[in-house]
Design a binder for this molecule. Structure first.
Ligand SMILES: NC(=O)c1ccc[n+]([C@@H]2O[C@H](COP(=O)([O-])OP(=O)(O)OC[C@H]3O[C@@H](n4cnc5c(N)ncnc54)[C@H](OP(=O)(O)O)[C@@H]3O)[C@@H](O)[C@H]2O)c1
Length: 247
Protein backbone atom coordinates (compact mmCIF):
# COMPACT_ATOMS: atom_id res chain seq x y z
CA UNK A 1 0.00 0.00 0.00
CA UNK A 2 1.44 3.40 -0.91
CA UNK A 3 1.61 6.21 1.66
CA UNK A 4 -0.71 9.19 1.17
CA UNK A 5 1.00 12.16 -0.45
CA UNK A 6 2.08 14.66 2.20
CA UNK A 7 3.67 18.07 1.87
CA UNK A 8 5.61 20.06 4.43
CA UNK A 9 5.16 23.48 2.80
CA UNK A 10 2.46 25.92 3.88
CA UNK A 11 -0.84 25.07 2.16
CA UNK A 12 -2.27 27.76 -0.13
CA UNK A 13 -6.03 28.19 0.10
CA UNK A 14 -8.37 30.41 -1.95
CA UNK A 15 -11.84 31.13 -0.60
CA UNK A 16 -13.94 32.78 -3.31
CA UNK A 17 -16.56 34.74 -1.35
CA UNK A 18 -14.51 34.70 1.84
CA UNK A 19 -15.27 38.14 3.22
CA UNK A 20 -18.30 37.12 5.32
CA UNK A 21 -20.45 34.22 6.43
CA UNK A 22 -19.55 30.63 5.66
CA UNK A 23 -16.62 31.61 3.43
CA UNK A 24 -15.03 33.78 6.12
CA UNK A 25 -15.60 31.09 8.77
CA UNK A 26 -13.87 28.60 6.46
CA UNK A 27 -10.97 31.00 5.84
CA UNK A 28 -10.65 31.39 9.62
CA UNK A 29 -10.23 27.64 10.11
CA UNK A 30 -7.55 27.43 7.43
CA UNK A 31 -5.75 30.58 8.65
CA UNK A 32 -5.79 29.33 12.25
CA UNK A 33 -4.22 26.08 11.02
CA UNK A 34 -1.35 28.11 9.47
CA UNK A 35 -2.43 28.13 5.81
CA UNK A 36 -1.75 30.99 3.44
CA UNK A 37 -5.28 32.15 2.61
CA UNK A 38 -6.61 34.44 -0.11
CA UNK A 39 -10.19 35.63 0.31
CA UNK A 40 -12.19 37.36 -2.41
CA UNK A 41 -15.34 39.47 -2.52
CA UNK A 42 -16.79 42.49 -4.31
CA UNK A 43 -16.87 45.05 -1.51
CA UNK A 44 -13.38 46.38 -0.73
CA UNK A 45 -14.27 47.67 2.76
CA UNK A 46 -15.83 44.36 3.71
CA UNK A 47 -12.81 42.54 2.32
CA UNK A 48 -10.35 44.74 4.25
CA UNK A 49 -12.30 44.15 7.47
CA UNK A 50 -12.30 40.38 6.90
CA UNK A 51 -8.55 40.32 6.18
CA UNK A 52 -7.95 42.27 9.41
CA UNK A 53 -10.07 39.78 11.38
CA UNK A 54 -8.40 36.78 9.74
CA UNK A 55 -4.85 38.01 10.33
CA UNK A 56 -1.94 35.64 9.77
CA UNK A 57 -0.91 35.13 6.16
CA UNK A 58 -4.31 36.18 4.77
CA UNK A 59 -4.68 38.53 1.83
CA UNK A 60 -7.76 39.91 0.09
CA UNK A 61 -8.49 40.27 -3.61
CA UNK A 62 -11.49 42.24 -4.83
CA UNK A 63 -13.37 40.69 -7.72
CA UNK A 64 -16.91 40.22 -8.97
CA UNK A 65 -17.36 36.54 -9.77
CA UNK A 66 -20.16 37.30 -12.24
CA UNK A 67 -17.51 38.83 -14.52
CA UNK A 68 -15.63 36.07 -16.41
CA UNK A 69 -12.72 38.43 -17.21
CA UNK A 70 -12.14 39.15 -13.51
CA UNK A 71 -12.14 35.42 -12.72
CA UNK A 72 -9.60 34.72 -15.49
CA UNK A 73 -7.41 37.64 -14.37
CA UNK A 74 -7.44 36.44 -10.76
CA UNK A 75 -6.35 32.88 -11.55
CA UNK A 76 -3.84 34.20 -14.08
CA UNK A 77 -1.87 35.66 -11.17
CA UNK A 78 -2.93 33.47 -8.22
CA UNK A 79 -0.06 31.01 -8.25
CA UNK A 80 -0.60 27.42 -7.20
CA UNK A 81 -3.55 26.48 -5.00
CA UNK A 82 -3.95 23.51 -2.68
CA UNK A 83 -7.56 24.04 -1.66
CA UNK A 84 -10.22 26.05 -3.52
CA UNK A 85 -13.46 26.85 -1.71
CA UNK A 86 -16.29 28.56 -3.60
CA UNK A 87 -18.86 30.37 -1.46
CA UNK A 88 -20.05 33.07 -3.88
CA UNK A 89 -23.77 33.34 -3.83
CA UNK A 90 -26.36 35.57 -5.40
CA UNK A 91 -29.89 35.38 -4.08
CA UNK A 92 -32.26 35.56 -7.04
CA UNK A 93 -34.55 32.67 -7.95
CA UNK A 94 -36.45 32.01 -4.73
CA UNK A 95 -40.20 32.25 -4.17
CA UNK A 96 -43.33 30.36 -5.02
CA UNK A 97 -43.05 28.74 -8.43
CA UNK A 98 -46.41 30.04 -9.67
CA UNK A 99 -45.16 33.58 -9.10
CA UNK A 100 -41.52 33.04 -9.99
CA UNK A 101 -40.32 35.38 -12.72
CA UNK A 102 -38.20 33.17 -14.95
CA UNK A 103 -35.84 36.06 -15.64
CA UNK A 104 -35.18 36.05 -11.88
CA UNK A 105 -34.44 32.33 -12.05
CA UNK A 106 -31.99 33.00 -14.89
CA UNK A 107 -30.45 35.76 -12.73
CA UNK A 108 -30.09 33.20 -9.94
CA UNK A 109 -28.08 30.95 -12.27
CA UNK A 110 -26.00 33.96 -13.34
CA UNK A 111 -25.31 34.86 -9.70
CA UNK A 112 -24.34 31.41 -8.43
CA UNK A 113 -24.24 28.50 -10.90
CA UNK A 114 -22.20 30.14 -13.67
CA UNK A 115 -19.72 31.93 -11.36
CA UNK A 116 -19.01 28.71 -9.44
CA UNK A 117 -18.51 26.69 -12.62
CA UNK A 118 -16.38 29.38 -14.26
CA UNK A 119 -14.22 29.57 -11.14
CA UNK A 120 -13.65 25.79 -11.18
CA UNK A 121 -12.66 25.88 -14.85
CA UNK A 122 -10.38 28.92 -14.54
CA UNK A 123 -8.68 27.53 -11.41
CA UNK A 124 -7.75 24.15 -12.91
CA UNK A 125 -4.28 25.09 -14.19
CA UNK A 126 -3.38 26.36 -10.70
CA UNK A 127 -4.68 23.45 -8.64
CA UNK A 128 -2.12 21.11 -7.13
CA UNK A 129 -2.71 17.45 -8.12
CA UNK A 130 -3.30 16.49 -4.48
CA UNK A 131 -5.52 19.54 -3.97
CA UNK A 132 -9.27 19.95 -3.57
CA UNK A 133 -12.27 21.93 -4.72
CA UNK A 134 -15.22 22.43 -2.38
CA UNK A 135 -18.41 24.07 -3.62
CA UNK A 136 -20.90 25.57 -1.21
CA UNK A 137 -24.30 24.74 -2.64
CA UNK A 138 -27.52 24.46 -0.57
CA UNK A 139 -29.71 21.78 0.94
CA UNK A 140 -32.64 23.35 -0.92
CA UNK A 141 -31.34 21.31 -3.87
CA UNK A 142 -33.12 18.25 -2.52
CA UNK A 143 -35.02 19.26 0.61
CA UNK A 144 -38.41 20.00 -1.01
CA UNK A 145 -38.93 23.20 1.01
CA UNK A 146 -41.85 25.20 -0.46
CA UNK A 147 -40.70 28.31 -2.34
CA UNK A 148 -37.31 26.87 -3.24
CA UNK A 149 -37.88 25.20 -6.63
CA UNK A 150 -35.65 27.81 -8.29
CA UNK A 151 -32.90 27.51 -5.68
CA UNK A 152 -33.22 23.72 -5.95
CA UNK A 153 -32.53 23.98 -9.69
CA UNK A 154 -29.45 26.20 -9.25
CA UNK A 155 -27.92 24.26 -6.37
CA UNK A 156 -29.05 20.89 -7.69
CA UNK A 157 -27.21 21.59 -10.94
CA UNK A 158 -24.03 22.25 -8.95
CA UNK A 159 -24.51 19.17 -6.75
CA UNK A 160 -25.04 17.02 -9.85
CA UNK A 161 -21.62 18.03 -11.19
CA UNK A 162 -19.69 17.03 -8.05
CA UNK A 163 -19.38 13.28 -8.69
CA UNK A 164 -18.53 13.46 -12.40
CA UNK A 165 -16.01 16.24 -11.74
CA UNK A 166 -14.40 14.18 -8.95
CA UNK A 167 -13.83 11.40 -11.46
CA UNK A 168 -12.83 13.60 -14.38
CA UNK A 169 -10.49 15.95 -12.49
CA UNK A 170 -8.76 13.21 -10.47
CA UNK A 171 -6.51 13.22 -8.57
CA UNK A 172 -7.89 16.64 -7.58
CA UNK A 173 -10.79 15.92 -5.22
CA UNK A 174 -14.18 17.62 -5.65
CA UNK A 175 -16.83 17.86 -2.92
CA UNK A 176 -19.67 20.15 -1.86
CA UNK A 177 -21.24 21.28 1.38
CA UNK A 178 -25.00 21.82 1.18
CA UNK A 179 -26.01 24.04 4.11
CA UNK A 180 -29.48 24.43 5.52
CA UNK A 181 -30.43 27.78 7.02
CA UNK A 182 -27.34 29.49 8.42
CA UNK A 183 -27.47 32.88 10.16
CA UNK A 184 -25.22 34.99 7.90
CA UNK A 185 -25.28 38.29 6.02
CA UNK A 186 -27.05 36.45 3.21
CA UNK A 187 -30.25 36.83 5.26
CA UNK A 188 -29.85 40.59 5.80
CA UNK A 189 -32.02 41.15 2.74
CA UNK A 190 -34.93 40.00 4.96
CA UNK A 191 -35.97 42.68 7.50
CA UNK A 192 -34.69 41.85 11.01
CA UNK A 193 -38.06 41.21 12.67
CA UNK A 194 -39.30 39.05 9.80
CA UNK A 195 -35.96 37.18 9.76
CA UNK A 196 -36.11 36.44 13.50
CA UNK A 197 -39.69 35.14 13.12
CA UNK A 198 -38.61 32.99 10.17
CA UNK A 199 -35.62 31.57 12.08
CA UNK A 200 -37.82 30.82 15.10
CA UNK A 201 -40.30 28.99 12.87
CA UNK A 202 -37.52 27.01 11.19
CA UNK A 203 -36.01 26.14 14.56
CA UNK A 204 -39.32 24.51 15.45
CA UNK A 205 -39.19 22.18 12.43
CA UNK A 206 -35.46 21.40 12.62
CA UNK A 207 -34.48 18.38 14.73
CA UNK A 208 -31.64 20.26 16.47
CA UNK A 209 -34.09 23.06 17.34
CA UNK A 210 -32.24 26.02 15.80
CA UNK A 211 -30.75 27.43 12.61
CA UNK A 212 -27.02 27.04 12.02
CA UNK A 213 -24.06 29.34 12.53
CA UNK A 214 -21.39 29.86 9.83
CA UNK A 215 -18.75 27.88 11.71
CA UNK A 216 -20.79 24.67 11.31
CA UNK A 217 -20.76 24.37 7.50
CA UNK A 218 -17.22 25.82 7.58
CA UNK A 219 -16.00 22.88 9.66
CA UNK A 220 -17.58 20.53 7.11
CA UNK A 221 -15.80 22.35 4.28
CA UNK A 222 -12.48 22.15 6.14
CA UNK A 223 -12.90 18.41 6.69
CA UNK A 224 -13.81 17.74 3.04
CA UNK A 225 -10.86 19.81 1.82
CA UNK A 226 -8.25 18.33 4.13
CA UNK A 227 -9.29 14.67 4.33
CA UNK A 228 -7.52 13.23 1.30
CA UNK A 229 -9.79 10.20 1.09
CA UNK A 230 -13.15 12.00 0.87
CA UNK A 231 -14.13 12.61 -2.73
CA UNK A 232 -17.27 13.22 -4.79
CA UNK A 233 -19.41 13.90 -1.70
CA UNK A 234 -22.25 16.38 -1.20
CA UNK A 235 -22.49 16.80 2.55
CA UNK A 236 -25.69 18.24 4.08
CA UNK A 237 -25.16 20.52 7.08
CA UNK A 238 -28.75 21.27 8.05
CA UNK A 239 -29.33 20.24 11.66
CA UNK A 240 -31.59 17.62 10.08
CA UNK A 241 -34.03 20.21 8.67
CA UNK A 242 -34.26 18.36 5.36
CA UNK A 243 -35.17 15.11 7.13
CA UNK A 244 -38.54 16.60 8.07
CA UNK A 245 -39.31 16.77 4.36
CA UNK A 246 -38.36 13.12 3.92
CA UNK A 247 -35.11 13.86 2.04
N1 LIG B 1 -26.84 31.39 4.77
C1 LIG B 1 -27.64 30.39 4.41
O1 LIG B 1 -28.70 30.12 5.03
C2 LIG B 1 -27.27 29.52 3.24
C3 LIG B 1 -28.02 28.36 3.02
C4 LIG B 1 -27.70 27.55 1.95
C5 LIG B 1 -26.65 27.89 1.11
N2 LIG B 1 -25.95 29.02 1.35
C6 LIG B 1 -24.86 29.32 0.42
O2 LIG B 1 -23.66 29.51 1.14
C7 LIG B 1 -22.79 30.35 0.37
C8 LIG B 1 -22.21 31.42 1.28
O3 LIG B 1 -23.29 32.25 1.71
P1 LIG B 1 -23.32 32.97 3.14
O4 LIG B 1 -24.60 32.61 3.78
O5 LIG B 1 -22.06 32.77 3.85
O6 LIG B 1 -23.51 34.49 2.63
P2 LIG B 1 -22.64 35.81 2.76
O7 LIG B 1 -22.27 36.06 4.18
O8 LIG B 1 -23.43 36.82 2.02
O9 LIG B 1 -21.28 35.47 1.98
C9 LIG B 1 -21.17 35.53 0.58
C10 LIG B 1 -19.73 35.84 0.24
O10 LIG B 1 -19.58 35.81 -1.17
C11 LIG B 1 -19.19 37.10 -1.65
N3 LIG B 1 -19.86 37.27 -2.93
C12 LIG B 1 -21.19 37.20 -3.18
N4 LIG B 1 -21.42 37.39 -4.48
C13 LIG B 1 -20.21 37.57 -5.08
C14 LIG B 1 -19.78 37.82 -6.40
N5 LIG B 1 -20.64 37.96 -7.42
N6 LIG B 1 -18.46 37.95 -6.64
C15 LIG B 1 -17.58 37.84 -5.63
N7 LIG B 1 -17.91 37.60 -4.36
C16 LIG B 1 -19.22 37.47 -4.09
C17 LIG B 1 -19.62 38.07 -0.56
O11 LIG B 1 -18.88 39.28 -0.53
P3 LIG B 1 -19.41 40.60 -1.35
O12 LIG B 1 -20.86 40.74 -1.02
O13 LIG B 1 -18.56 41.73 -0.87
O14 LIG B 1 -19.17 40.28 -2.77
C18 LIG B 1 -19.29 37.24 0.67
O15 LIG B 1 -17.90 37.23 0.90
C19 LIG B 1 -23.64 30.89 -0.79
O16 LIG B 1 -23.36 30.17 -1.95
C20 LIG B 1 -25.07 30.63 -0.34
O17 LIG B 1 -25.94 30.45 -1.43
C21 LIG B 1 -26.23 29.85 2.39
Amino acid sequence: MSAPHTTSRTPRVVVMGGSSGIGEATATLFADAGAEVVVTGRDQNKLDAAVARLGGKTTGHRLDATDPAQIEAFFGQSGSIDHLVIAVSGSAGSGSFAELDLDQLAAGFDGKFWPQIRIVKAALPQLEPNGSITLITAASAHAAFPGTAGLAAINGALNAMVAPLAVELAPIRVNAVAPGVIDTEWWERVPEQQRRALFDGLAGTTPVGRVGNPDEPARAVHMLATNGFVNGVVLDVTGGANLATGR
